[in-house]
Design a protein around this ligand. Structure first.
Ligand code: CDP
Ligand code: MG
Length: 140
């Protein structure tokens, strides 16, 4: 087994409600190590680029507006099978479908304001990490 890194965002609905620590506790309790973390105000350009894959979806405009509405916390998480583990701990996109104990079940407000982002593949994790972090900022 090899250590993997994934990219995580604590979204505006969560930072606004002071849930950064509570969400980090769920991550850490599940073996995800926070090896880089920064609170930022995402720009419209950054959010558009980050969610480019969803550009044709009906919720894209609202999603970009939401992600720039309040500060977010961008993170790199490390664990064995970090990508899959983080997705499992986050829960389903729609909190109504999320399993008990997951971050989205515990904290998400709606399918849009769903508290966290997590990369969906190792390839995307590497691209997303590179959008927000320099190598020397990640201390494993
Ligand atoms: O975040 P995740 O990978 O679980 O879901 P996605 O399908 O990649 O969608 C990205 C984000 O778009 C979601 O986390 C939601 O914030 C938002 N979204 C939405 O507002 N309405 C939808 N019907 C689907 C997604
Ligand atoms: Mg996704």
């Amino acid at each position: 087994m090899t250590l993997e890194r994934t990219f995580s965002i604590i979204k505006p609905d969560a930072t606004k409600r002071n849930l950064t620590g509570a969400i980090n506790k769920v991550f850490e309790d599940n073996g995800l190590r926070i090896v880089a973390q920064r609170r930022i105000q995402m720009s419209e350009d950054q959010a558009k680029k980050f969610y480019e894959v969803h550009a044709e979806r009906p919720f894209y405009g609202e999603l970009v507006e939401f992600m720039t509405s309040e500060p977010v916390v961008v993170q790199v998480l490390e664990a064995e099978n970090a990508v899959a583990k983080h997705r499992e701990v986050m829960g389903a996109t729609n909190p109504e479908e999320a399993a008990d104990g997951t971050v989205r079940k515990l904290y998400a407000l709606s399918i849009g304001e769903n508290s966290v982002h997590g990369s969906d593949s190792l390839e995307n994790a590497n691209l997303e990490i590179a959008q927000f972090f320099k190598d020397e900022e990640i201390v494993g």
